[in-house]
Design a protein around this ligand. Structure first.
Ligand code: ATR
Length: 279
């Protein structure tokens, strides 16, 4: 019998997850279905009870519930606890277990560009929200040895640096301006803020005047596919990476947790790109 999976968030009407997962289920030749549910903050607890009652086998969690959902689960995995957010839940015989596949998804997409050299790349993370916590946690765990963080609100960056450094990374907390002045020190620059996201596509999270050519510049945003940050970085000879790979990987890792099967990442990526109008 087909099993039900889903997504809870608000809003969810533009989510690409249903088409990505339903296509992967069809390719597996199983009768499972993935459904997006629009759940407002005040209805979150009731929604989780409903998921238990209906026997939904697994679900993703998106904005604004990634933090609040944790208190309604039976167990939260260690890395998700460090990150402080859950984006994937597995219903294991009635027990709801929370994971975070955003960080690992990002790491997998990044490694395709950097290879093993990543550990030696001096890295700057811009932003200190949930996405930054996921990225910082996995990069420090992976062994990136120099990991700086710049954010509009300095205190948030300092808290992140003290809570999420699960490796032995050497960390400096900087203002955005300071980081911009010292940009030529970095081999890898990662924007985790929403600055530059559609419809505000003419905004830049940091000035690139001091960017060196051999840098990898990565933006977690996938709409547009090339933010102003990536366009300018590419113009200066940098290698660029957008957020499509992370989105696909976080979904593929969730799919693996639910089904035990690795989905075809290329199919997933094609579906996402089609939906984004990329080809
Ligand atoms: P997410 O879960 O996507 O990371 P979030 O937790 O709301 O979202 O974090 C948003 C991040 O983008 C924060 O680092 C935020 O900076 P503040 O900590 O100072 O709020 C950053 N951000 C959002 N809009 C910004 C803007 N216009 N300029 C600079 N930083 C911005």
């Amino acid at each position: 019998m087909g099993k039900l999976f889903g997504l809870i968030g608000h809003p969810v009407s533009h989510s690409m997850s249903p088409s990505m997962h339903n296509d992967a289920f069809r390719n597996l030749d199983v009768d499972h279905h993935y459904q997006a549910f629009d759940v407002k903050g005040e209805d979150l607890e009731a929604a989780i009870s409903g998921i238990r009652a209906l026997g939904i086998k697994g679900f993703n969690v998106t904005i604004p519930h990634k933090v609040n959902v944790m208190k309604f689960l039976d167990e939260v995995d260690e890395e998700a606890k460090l990150i402080g957010a859950v984006n994937t839940v597995v219903n294991k015989d009635g027990k709801l277990i929370g994971y975070n596949t955003d960080g690992e998804g990002y790491l997998q997409s990044l490694l395709k560009v950097t290879g093993q050299e990543l550990q030696q790349m001096k890295t700057l993370i811009i932003g200190a929200g949930g996405a930054a916590r996921a990225v910082f946690t996995v990069l420090s765990r992976y062994g990136v040895s120099e990991l700086d963080i710049a954010n509009r609100t300095n205190e948030k960056a300092a808290i992140l640096a003290s809570e999420c450094n699960c490796g032995q990374a050497d960390v400096e907390v900087l203002s955005i301006e300071e980081a911009g002045e010292r940009l030529n020190e970095y081999d890898l620059i990662i924007n985790t803020t929403s600055v530059g996201m559609s419809p505000h596509t003419d905004h830049l999270p940091i000035h690139l005047k001091n960017l060196k050519k051999a840098t990898v510049v990565s933006d977690l945003i996938y709409n547009p596919l090339k933010t102003k940050l990536l366009l300018e970085a590419e113009g200066k000879g940098a290698t660029i990476l957008n957020g499509v790979g992370m989105f696909v990987e976080q979904g593929a890792l969730a799919f693996e947790k639910w089904t035990g099967v690795a989905p075809d990442r290329h199919n997933m990526e094609n579906i996402v790109l089609k939906q984004l109008g990329g080809f």
